[in-house]
Every structure is written in C-alpha cells, then in structure tokens.
Write a protein that binds this ligand. Sequence first.
Ligand SMILES: [Zn+2]
Length: 475
Amino acid sequence: MEKPVRKLWPGRALRSILRVPLFLNGIFLAAVLCGSGSGVTPALGGNGRLQALRIDGSFDPDSNLLNATAKLSFIGPAGMQQLWLANELQLHWVRGGAMTVLPFTSETGLFAVQCPPGNELELSYSGRLPSRPDPFAADTPRGKAVIDDCRFLSYIADYYPHPQLDFASMEMSMRIPSGWNCLGSGTLRSVQPEADGNIYSFSNPQAKGMSLVCGRFRPLGQVAAVVPLRLHGWDGFDYRRYYSDAEMARLLSFYSERFGPLGVPELNILFRRGKNFGGISYSGLIVLNIDESWDRLQPRTRPDPQCGSLLALDDVWSDLLSHEVSHQWWGGLVSWETAADHWITEGLATYSSLLYLKERRGEKAFARVRRRFHDDVKRYAGRGVTVDGGKLKLLHRDIQVYQALVYMKPALMFAALADTIGEAELCRRLRDFLTECRCRNVGTIELLSRLSAGDEELRLQLEAWICERGLPKGL
Ligand SMILES: [Zn+2]
C-alpha cells in the first residue's frame, strides 16, 4: 500500500531568486519572504488543479521538528503532479504507491510524483525545518531585534507538499507542545488537550495557503466589528494604548463598505513585541510588531516611526493596521498570479490605506501624503518598472526603490483613476473585481482590463503606469 520514498535531495536549500514574495508582506519591512514558484514552472500536462488540502501532524517549535501527513485532492485525475516541499523534509511514503518520484533539482524542493489513480494523493513526511530568519528581522539593525519568540510556519516555506500556489480548501490539525500557543490562517475550529500538548484545528474554505504562528502569547480580548476581531498578545500588553476598539471596528466597516464583505467568521490579530515596525497578513490572521517602549517615551525620544520606510503615511500605528487589514481583501480574497503581478496586492493595500487616511484625517492630509508619494515615486521612477516586482530589491539593494515602484506608484495610479472616473465608481469596479475573481490569482493585464471597463485608451494609460518607467502625469 505504501512505498518508501528515497531521500530526494541532499544539502541545504538554496532559494531560487525566481521565487516570488509572499502575497502579504509587511508594510515597513524589507521582509524578503521567498515564496514558492507559483507561475514559474507550468504544471505538468493537463493534470487536476488542487481542490483541497488536509494536513495532520505535530510541530515542536523548540526543535523545529515537523511530522505530518498531507492529503491533496485535485479537481480531476491527479496524474503526474509537481510538488513543492522544503528540502529539509523527508518524504516517507505516498499512499497508493509512488510510481515515480523525480527530483527536478537539488536546490528548490520541487519534485514530481506519479500519483495513484484517482483524484487524491496522500503523503507522509517529517524533518527538522531550518530556523529561518524571522520575517520581521530583515531590516532590524543588529542588536535591536528584541522580539517575542515566535515560530512562523509560512506556506511559502513549503512546510507541506503543494503544487503551485492556488486557492483551495484548507484544513489542518497540528499538535503543539504545552507552553506554546498557536494561531493559523482561517478559523480555529478546536483546541483539543492532549497529554503532551494541544491539537489545534484550523479550516479555511478557500485560501492560497495555510500558515501557522506559534508563540507564548495569550488571548487579550475581542472586538465586536463587522468582522469580529480576536486579539492576542503577550501577557500584560494593553493593546488599547495603540488601538482603540472603536478605531479597529471603524476600519473594518470602512473597508467592508467600499470593497464588500470579507465573508470570514472572524479575524485574529496577534500583537507581538518587536523593535521594528512591521506586519504580516495571512488569510484570517494578522501579526503586528509593536514597540512596547513607544508609549513610555516622550515624542522627541521615540524612534523614527518611518524607520526609513516610504510607506508610513501619517500615524504609524494606524497606517500599519490599515495596510495589513486591507490585505484581507487584497491577497486574502484575490491574489497575484506571478511575481510580476505582486504590485496588485501591495498597490491596492497602499491605496486602501490612503483612502482610510482620507476618511480619518480628511482631504488635506490625503492631498499632502499624495504629494509626498508623487515626489518619492518620481525620484525612483527611472530605476525600473512596477512589474519588475521583487527583482527590484535584488537589483538595487534599496528597499525604497521597491516600495516606491511596487507599492506607491500603483497607489498613485489608483488615485489618478479615481480622479478620472470618480472614487465611488472605482470602488464599484473593485467590488466587482473581488466578486468575479474571488479566490483566484489574477494577472496584471486582467486587472487593468477590468478597471478600464472596456475603455481601451484608459487601459493603455493604466498599462503605462505599471509597465513603463517614469511617472505619468495622470490619466
Ligand atoms: Zn503589504
């Protein structure tokens, strides 16, 4: 029934530069979370697309040991599948018989499996995951990263076998040792106490992946909002010094009114101690770095809230929250197709933050930040094009080039489009986009076509913003 599978790849994982960044990454981060090769390598001829993924296993955050089985269900016959799995993880068996296992390369964790007949593939695997750099530590000066110890099992780290990065139904049950808490993408269905830990079960009817965050945090409270919020953080943390319940509820209502309902039963927010300003957003789960010294310091002695980031708008805490929460729509409900389309989620998240800034602080503040965006983008607009995406980080070694071209320039394009067709009409087109493309990956040309609604001249103008150097004057 089950055939052993030989070790597929020796050595340490080298992440390919073709791997694309996480669909949701930090606002103030240079976070280089290398992702899987979605869109990099075409699927092997005509096989079924992933429909559902179920993972059962255990993870020890102290040792990074992972032991799990994954069941993948495909739409149509599974046939030959190429799967991603971290190099450090050893496949043990493939139920029904792995007729062929072909490691494509020793570097990327990509391999092929000839699946048993039918629509399903079940694999057992285990290993010690490398202690990857904390996603929030990328820009933290040495010695400043005094942060809560969290373990991130991000789906882009390939901690379970998956083909490409597509939306699918996700279910996960993971045993975590006592003393650790766990949050995951989607909804926490149950916590089942066991002798040596707890089994956390999560589900998400449609998500681009399943991620987990383990830490020594605890529930802090709940906020009644259009999407109910569950808040988590370190013992003794008073989140209301940073965010009022009313502000968080207002933000959720604001986005829901403009972009449509999120359609999730709840949203978890984890506040985590960290000296750098950043956040990360998974479907149904947001992690925010909080500098706990902030509210104890006088304004003059506080660290620079922008931390060299061009993306801080007006109020660092509000900007951080509004950016990451908007990713629940832009990234959570629709996502990018390839690395070149990464601007879609970041540009829309940045524009969403601008809209919320206008709501909160008024037209003048909006106009002031928009002018500053314009000046910053103009400074970098000759260095590349928006569809260069994450390559800009590698080419220029300057996070500001990346922020200006992938986050801010598209946000300016959306603002210019709102000038032309009206903000209400733009939001209507964005709502339609979310409705019609819900739970799928979208490319640049498709989004621009939808936004221009059949106006070919407008579409070409939008394309110039995204695909050409320089800063257009408007639309
Ligand atoms: Zn972002």
